[in-house]
Write a protein that binds this ligand. Structure first.
Ligand SMILES: Nc1nc2c(c(=O)[nH]1)N[C@H]1C(S)=C(S)[C@@H](COP(=O)(O)OP(=O)(O)OC[C@H]3O[C@@H](n4cnc5c(=O)[nH]c(N)nc54)[C@H](O)[C@@H]3O)O[C@H]1N2
Ligand SMILES: Nc1nc2c(c(=O)[nH]1)N[C@H]1C(S)=C(S)[C@@H](COP(=O)(O)OP(=O)(O)OC[C@H]3O[C@@H](n4cnc5c(=O)[nH]c(N)nc54)[C@H](O)[C@@H]3O)O[C@H]1N2
Ligand code: SF4
Ligand SMILES: [Mo]
Length: 759
């Protein structure tokens, strides 16, 4: 989740709302679109109680932030596929047989069964997977889990921004928010915002380039950002960490770093220098496939055209070397003097006037003994409680609270460890699994293991808008409201010191309820109603805003965004929120946890002749958000089928034509897609799209509406070679595979699907 609003409170405060005069019979509301995790400020227009139009904000700083997914939201959410009633499974799990029940019946049964699981197996036998951008619960889920005593919470943020936040803390104690709007040089590692993908970020980048900022892009593909870049580094997939070592080599050898900052505010520069010396440019050129002189030129541009930013990128969140790749970005920012300066990488903290989400979560109430049981604490522990404990004291020292669950990624169970335990391969049994605003079987690595894990549960509960492949395996599917149908107060979970407001535009349809109501219901069903004492979301927001002495309603009527005044170089007064108070280039904390205290680079395993190609999952489609939106006809017209991109050279080598159906296969599974030959792709690389299923096709365990045929998560490996050591997240950028014409393998996919059904 990210919402890069310009870090420029003055312009936001001064922004004159040119509120348009509504047409007769039309009601307008200021809202935040949550059809993706960008959360653009928008305006909704309603007639007779229904939203009929979503348009961009009246606030000039957000004027251009609107994309087709946001525009299509009223239609997508009014789709006949929308879940309207609570459903209880009546046949076998995954049989697709349901009966309608009331919320009260569902909650009473869920509560009774959960209490019994907790009594018989311990609270840690209850796990939850949730993505706060889809289903913001403002920390209430964790609050209940912490009181019950289970640490086993995971999320899509494990592969997207939450893990980056957790890794950033190991260098300078917090997560940076790049001031793109005022930067002079921007580096995109893969990350490719477009008009319909991360629109607000795309607009910020375009504005920055228009006023002269340089753009450096590293991407194996000639992406649209690469085409606009001052320097494009056509990097080998998955080799970002090696590239950044090359940059450091140039910057240190040529003394382009900020000597005062390094001398006064860092520890471990000499040790870092030694490690960097292992990466002469010839080696880096071999590892990355890029020209050595071009690598050097990019490094010089980054170091000397400051202030520069390396905006957060999910590409380095999903690699075998993720922790090192992220640490190297942190180190570059620090030694080049870009931390906490205008146009650089701001360290903002929580919004000061708000009870923040970490405070709502109450991580101090779960006992140390229960925290120690968090799955993954013994191996891939970086974003678990045990890993993040290193920052309790320094965070208290600087931010006044011990815990900072930045982007909700700093007290998580690694997904791979969780799903193994749920499948019966862990240190203790997990018996109950809830997923809220998350499609878990398709959203991590090794989908078939996750299916096994879900099937192995005694209780599975989904809170969803649609009957996703994951929901098809639940015992209860409870219908969720949408961003049009609830008020929202977003802090950025510590990523930025900003509050953002979204008004409710219409009533939720049918029996759809908010995540707040879901957790309030669960608290009641567990006989702990006092944990969610507020009657409504608005009451809860009033509570969180009490320091300001205004109500949610008053505030949301007056503005859509509220920044804390920016402060720069705060570390000069307080130090950094690390154990040493400095930027830790060499990390004692990582060493104590059993990891390399410096970044390093694990090379790819040798090429297996059976799987000579490499695949990556990504390049988001304009019309969908992640695994969602496949039910919207207009969007499916744009992207009717899952498509694998390959280069003309690869097409020729394997005798494949445009539009031909193929199987992309590795040791885990085979998935079906159509080939699209793209000049922009390098030879040997296959792009597969994320999250494909077809809601119009057969539901239930054997098909899962096509997920068993198309979903990328089936070929995303989670064995040790393919997991980042420190975080345990899967490598989605460079997985060995082969491509075969469809005919013989079509049968294999069917056979595999049958095998899953038979289990
Ligand atoms: N294999 C693989 N795994 C990945 C990725 C990948 O490329 N490949 N990408 C990763 C990335 S970048 C991300 S961000 C994560 C995303 O992971 P998720 O957050 O799971 O994303 P979605 O697939 O969008 O699933 C969200 C679900 O929430 C539902 N939903 C939407 N709004 C609401 C709401 O208001 N309330 C409730 N209760 N439900 C709602 C939608 O119907 C949808 O089914 O996945 C990560 N996992
Ligand atoms: N329309 C739409 N917009 C979306 C989303 C969506 O589903 N639909 N999802 C949103 C979410 S949750 C996210 S996280 C973002 C993701 O959006 P981006 O960060 O832009 O990621 P991708 O589009 O997957 O890929 C971006 C680029 O990374 C390149 N790439 C692939 N592998 C590597 C590698 O190993 N190294 C480098 N340097 N580059 C590589 C690809 O060639 C591609 O050009 O998009 C957001 N925006
Ligand atoms: S980028 Fe599009 S879908 Fe995402 S929040 Fe903005 S308008 Fe909505
Ligand atoms: Mo993401």
């Amino acid at each position: 989740m990210a919402a890069p609003v310009p870090y420029d409170p003055q312009s936001a405060a001064d922004a004159k709302f040119q509120k348009r005069t509504p047409r007769p019979g039309v009601t307008t509301k200021r809202a935040m679109c949550a059809s993706c995790d960008m959360y653009c400020n928008v305006v909704t227009e309603s007639k007779q109680g229904r939203v009929v139009r979503v348009r961009s904000s009246d606030n000039p700083i957000f004027r251009d932030n609107i994309c087709m997914k946001g525009i299509m939201a009223p239609k997508g959410l009014a789709n006949p596929n929308r879940l309207m009633q609570p459903l209880k499974r009546v046949g076998e799990r995954g049989s697709g047989e349901w009966e309608q029940v009331t919320w009260e019946e569902a909650l009473a049964d869920i509560g009774a069964r959960l209490k019994s699981i907790v009594a018989n197996h311990g609270p840690e036998a209850w796990a939850v997977s949730s993505s706060m951008w889809n289903a913001p619960d403002h920390g209430l889920g964790r609050r209940i889990m912490n009181h019950v005593g289970t640490p086993n919470w995971t999320s899509g943020v494990a592969l997207c921004a939450g893990n980056t936040a957790a890794v950033n803390r190991f260098t300078y104690g917090w997560f940076v928010n790049g001031d793109v709007a005022n930067s002079k040089c921007i580096v995109l590692l893969g990350h490719n915002p477009r008009r319909h993908s991360w629109t607000a970020m795309y607009n910020l980048l375009r504005q920055a380039q228009a006023r002269g900022a340089k753009l450096i892009v590293a991407d194996p593909r000639r992406s649209s950002s690469a085409e606009r870049a001052d320097i494009w580094l056509p990097i080998k997939v998955g080799s970002d960490a090696a590239l950044l070592f090359g940059w450091l080599k140039v910057i240190i050898d040529e003394a382009l770093y900020d000597k005062d900052f390094v001398a006064n505010w860092t520890v471990g520069f000499e040790e870092l220098k030694q490690r960097v010396d292992e990466f002469p440019l010839e080696r880096v050129a071999r590892l990355t496939g890029c020209d050595a002189e071009m690598i050097a030129e990019a490094a010089r541009m980054y170091a000397t055209t400051g202030p520069a930013v390396i905006p957060w990128t999910p590409i380095t969140d999903m690699q075998r070397n993720s922790t090192s790749a992220i640490r190297l970005q942190c180190i570059l920012r620090a030694i080049c003097g870009y931390l906490d300066v205008p146009g650089g990488e701001t360290l903002q903290g929580f919004p000061k006037d708000l009870i923040n989400e970490t405070q709502i979560e109450m991580h101090h109430v779960i006992s140390e003994e229960q925290k120690a049981k968090q799955l993954g604490s013994d191996d891939h522990l970086l974003f678990t409680y045990r890993g993040q404990d290193c920052f309790r004291e320094p965070t208290k020292r600087i931010h006044g609270q011990e815990y900072a669950n930045i982007v909700t990624g700093c007290a998580m169970t690694p997904p791979s460890s969780l799903f193994r335990a749920m499948a019966g391969e862990g240190p203790y049994p997990v018996k109950a699994f809830f997923f809220i605003g998350n499609n878990p079987i398709m959203s991590y690595g090794n989908m078939r293991l996750i299916i096994k894990a879900v099937m192995n549960q005694e209780l599975v509960v989904a809170h969803e808008q649609f009957m996703t492949p994951s929901a098809q395996l639940a015992d209860y599917v409870l219908p969720a409201d949408s961003w049009l149908e609830r008020p929202m107060l977003m802090d950025m979970c510590g990523w930025g010191a900003v509050m953002r407001f979204s008004q409710k535009s219409m009533e939720p349809p049918g029996e759809c309820r908010s995540t707040f109501d879901f957790w309030k219901g669960i608290a009641g069903a567990l006989d702990r109603p006092e944990l969610v004492p507020w009657d409504t979301l608005e009451d809860f927001y009033d509570y969180r805003l009490q320091k300001l002495g205004v109500t949610w309603e008053e505030l949301s009527e007056s503005t859509d965004v509220r920044f804390d005044p920016p402060e720069y170089r705060k570390y000069r007064k307080t130090g950094f929120a690390t154990p040493t108070g400095k930027v830790e280039l060499w990390s004692e904390s990582l060493k104590r946890l059993g990891f390399d205290p410096l970044p390093y680079f694990r090379e790819d395993p040798p090429v297996d002749p059976d799987y000579p190609l490499k695949l990556f999952t990504g390049v988001r489609e304009d019309g969908f958000f992640q695994t969602g939106h496949r039910h919207i006809e207009e969007m499916r017209k744009r992207h009717p089928e899952p498509v694998a991109f390959i280069s003309p050279g690869t097409a020729e080598k394997y005798d494949l034509g445009d539009g031909e159906w193929v199987e992309v296969e590795n040791e885990l599974a085979a998935i079906s897609m159509q080939v699209e030959i793209k000049e922009a792709m390098p030879d040997g690389l296959v792009r597969i799209p994320h999250g494909w299923w077809k809601p119009e096709t057969r539901q239930g365990a054997g098909h899962l509406s096509g997920a068993l045929r198309y979903a990328d998560a089936q070929v995303c490996r989670d064995d040790d070679d393919y997991l980042d050591r420190e975080q345990g997240i899967p490598h989605l950028k460079g997985v060995a595979c082969r491509i075969l014409k469809a005919a013989p393998l079509e049968r294999k996919v069917e056979a595999d699907a049958d095998a899953v059904l038979a289990k």
